[in-house]
Design a protein around this ligand. Structure first.
Ligand SMILES: [Zn+2]
Length: 152
């Protein structure tokens, strides 16, 4: 197969074993800036997925909570296939990412509300599921020892 413009299109999703944490790309921008993008896969591709309200609440909480542990997070974005998320970082190496990720995930387990889940701060403020997000995060954290085993 010829290489595509999109890194994840070149990943054979049949061969991975979720949940996992994978470096999905690196881009040197010069001036000491290197963008490192992580694929945080919660669900086995084409076998399982998260409900959209769950995805949305995890997105809000991770975008907020992860920044309590690092100033290197540029963006935290859901995958359209609803099986995971992308963390886009400025030069955040894996150990640092894993530490901030785990801390923020634990904050989700302790959260009593989803931040910015309202019409002023969000494009669909009613579309949230804190309990669903916590269940998905609990499962992801339970497999922490396997996060770095990406391929089946
Ligand atoms: Zn939102």
């Amino acid at each position: 197969m010829t290489k595509s413009n999109v890194e994840s299109f070149d990943l054979d999703h049949r061969l991975v074993k979720a949940p996992y944490v994978r470096v999905a790309g690196r881009k040197e921008l010069g001036g000491g800036v290197e963008i490192i993008k992580y694929d945080l896969r919660f669900c086995q591709p084409n076998k399982a997925h998260l409900e959209m309200a769950t995805v949305h609440s995890i997105e809000h909480m991770m975008a907020n909570f992860m920044r309590d542990y690092t100033d290197k997070l540029i963006g935290f974005a859901p995958m359209g296939c609803q099986t995971g998320f992308y963390a886009i970082t400025n030069n955040m190496e894996q150990d640092e990412l894993l530490s901030a990720l785990e801390s923020a995930l634990n904050d989700i387990l302790n959260a009593t509300e989803v931040p910015a889940a309202n019409e002023r701060q969000c494009g669909w403020g009613a579309n949230h599921d804190l309990a669903g997000a916590q269940a998905a995060v609990r499962n992801y954290l339970a497999h922490k020892d396997e996060w770095l085993e990406v391929m089946a």
